[in-house]
Design a protein around this ligand. Sequence first.
Ligand SMILES: Cc1ncc(C[n+]2csc(CCOP(=O)(O)OP(=O)(O)O)c2C)c(N)n1
Ligand code: SF4
Length: 277
Amino acid sequence: MNAPAAATLCAPKDFKSDTKPVWCPGCGDYSVLSAITKALAALELRPENVAVVSGIGCSSRIPAYTACYGFHGVHGRALPVATGLKVARPDLTVLVASGDGDGYSIGGNHFLHACRRNVDLTYIVMDNHVYGMTKGQPSPTTEPGWSSKLAPGGTGLREFHPLVIALASGANFIARAYSGDPNGCAALIAEAVRHPGFSFVEVLSPCVTFRPEQREWKTRAHPAAVEPTDDPGRAARRLMTDDGFNIGVLYKGARPPYGAARAPAQSLEELAWPFRL
Ligand SMILES: Cc1ncc(C[n+]2csc(CCOP(=O)(O)OP(=O)(O)O)c2C)c(N)n1
Ligand code: SF4
């Protein structure tokens, strides 16, 4: 799909590609795609100035459905690719799309260090508490008692707490969104992109095929009762007692992003220079 002429603002549809999503009907990821395109339009960006990087999973298919530059990479490795891209091309807006399996299991170590490095990225994790693409294995955020054919009786393992881990590791912006509210989700993604440094948006995005009970999330998601804080201690106390369904910005830090002072490279030669043999 061609974006409008440079002087014209882009609409959400201008950020969508002509590739039709293959997600199951009712999958939460449709709404996340729509929220991303709405956010990019609201930010008055253009597809050619945005890159969407992902790993592997149903959620990680998102780059192909946008008209932005995209990289559908290796399972769990979206963050290092996006980090390299943003450091080399600070002029681009870089979004990273992941799932709870991709981002917290195989990619868990990269999550810690991306928070710590604080490169100016927006990390959107579509959390459905299951590995959807590979047919329903428990993920790090699966409830210990969730019983299924692949894990009869449940895993008995406590869940990973992505927001607390992001805070402890140094993320500069932490929010939770719900795919069932695409406008609210778009507003949170736009705020995350605007905020300098590593911004983490955990999106509750139901897998209607392997976790059909997640349709009930629409009755559980609720706006966070308190304003975002810039105090990590207060944010930690809130997040530790969080019910998992508080929606909104939960922490907004003021750490300067990595490499903020660096100007974009002007040529391929300049980019290649630090890697010369
Ligand atoms: C190195 C490697 N290991 C395992 C897989 C198989 N695999 C593909 S997607 C996936 C899990 C995806 O789950 P999640 O990130 O939660 O995404 P969802 O499909 O639920 O959106 C796994 C284990 C793979 N592709 N590559
Ligand atoms: S398996 Fe689940 S996560 Fe994957 S497309 Fe279907 S509903 Fe969505």
